[in-house]
Design a protein. Structure first.
Length: 196
């Protein structure tokens, strides 16, 4: 199964900026990865993508030159978008990336997800379904969408993500033991991961 990863990195991170400073981009903030190496948040996300994901797209805003450079350094296609809306980002990336067996929607501010968890989510994907990691009874990220959901993904708009599609497809819950699937960097203190 050839799944295309779509890394969403167009949001402004306003909650993070409110605490860290208006000029602080959370995607470029340093954090210690699962391997103990310090890298920017978005780079940790790209490092954690498993090798089986060959096609990779990063959706970001035109002013984020450093994010674009990191994405290209990791062999990603880059889609520049003026909208920070999650729905707009997913729709544009699915349209731009062309045919695939499925799409893996990855949030650019979730640097602590194990590669093995991502592989399990991909393995759980069926053509007309959605595959989502389940940690402590809660849905996490990334979420994989089967080929049949392409029209629905391309119809998304605004800041709503792909949640509406969950009602239209078979959702396979993939149990994981990985707190990283629930951990996003919304605030400066969340750069410090504790796997409790």
């Amino acid at each position: 199964m050839t799944v295309t990863a779509i890394v969403l990195a167009a949001g402004q991170g306003s909650r993070f900026r409110a605490e860290a400073g208006a000029d602080q981009d959370k995607l470029l903030a340093d954090c210690v990865g699962l391997d103990g190496v310090v890298r920017p948040v978005i780079e940790q996300v790209l490092v954690n993508l498993p090798e089986c994901v060959v096609k990779r797209w990063v959706v970001t805003s035109p002013d984020r030159v450093d994010v674009v450079q990191l994405a290209e350094a990791y062999g990603c296609e880059v889609l520049l978008l003026h909208s920070a809306g999650m729905g707009d980002s997913i729709a544009a990336a699915v349209a731009a990336s062309g045919p695939a067996d499925g799409w893996l929607v990855v949030l650019g501010d979730m640097p602590f997800i194990r590669s093995s968890s991502i592989e399990r989510v991909i393995d759980g994907l069926e053509e007309s379904g959605i595959s989502v990691p389940l940690q402590d009874g809660r849905y996490g990220h990334p979420v994989a969408f089967g080929q049949a959901l392409r029209p629905g993904l391309m119809a998304l708009t605004g800041d709503r993500g792909a949640k509406p599609l969950f009602a239209q497809a078979t959702v396979r819950e993939v149990p994981v033991d990985d707190p990283g699937v629930l951990w996003d960097v919304d605030l400066p203190q969340s750069l410090y991961f504790s796997a409790r």
